[in-house]
Design a protein. Structure first.
Length: 156
């Protein structure tokens, strides 16, 4: 083989192998997992119960601010008051929401009934049964969509 041909073949092989090494190295860097600390980094953080959250919060603030026992007791009292006030506020908001929701549904139903009456006023006598059938079918489809949206009933 001529010297020039051998040089070209060796250069091509060297380029091929260097590309393979660079590709393998890049793949390794891309696919390597982060440093494991005993926890799965892809897993969502565990949701703490309110009691666990409170214990952790009190412990964190007590260590960060160096609270004594009297201050920890006072902190717990403040947290109790806050929880009670927030609970009362949530109850009031829920009651207001339920009342507004009931009124909204009643108002919406009244608007819908007015629409049906107006459409019935536009129709001839022979069209009224067809419109009633049309409305019944639409109502059936609506109930079916609602059923699908809510999902199947839980197993007993």
């Amino acid at each position: 083989m001529p010297k020039l041909g051998l040089s070209a073949v060796l250069s091509a092989l060297l380029m091929f192998f260097s590309g393979a090494v660079l590709g393998a190295f890049s793949y390794r860097l891309y696919s390597i997992s982060p440093v494991q600390s005993g926890k799965d980094p892809g897993a969502p953080p565990k949701k703490l119960s309110p009691e666990e959250f409170r214990k952790r919060y009190v412990a964190d603030i007590a260590s960060a601010v160096k609270l004594d026992d009297r201050q920890i007791a006072a902190l717990n009292h403040v947290l109790d008051q806050t929880r009670d006030e927030a609970g009362r506020l949530n109850d009031k908001i829920k009651q207001d929401h339920d009342a507004v929701n009931e009124k909204w549904h009643a108002d919406r139903e009244a608007v819908h009934n007015q629409q049906v009456e107006s459409i019935n006023g536009l129709l001839r006598a022979d069209q009224l049964p067809l419109y009633a059938a049309f409305r019944a079918e639409r109502e059936r489809q609506h109930r079916q969509r609602e059923q699908q949206r809510k999902g199947p009933p839980p197993p007993r």
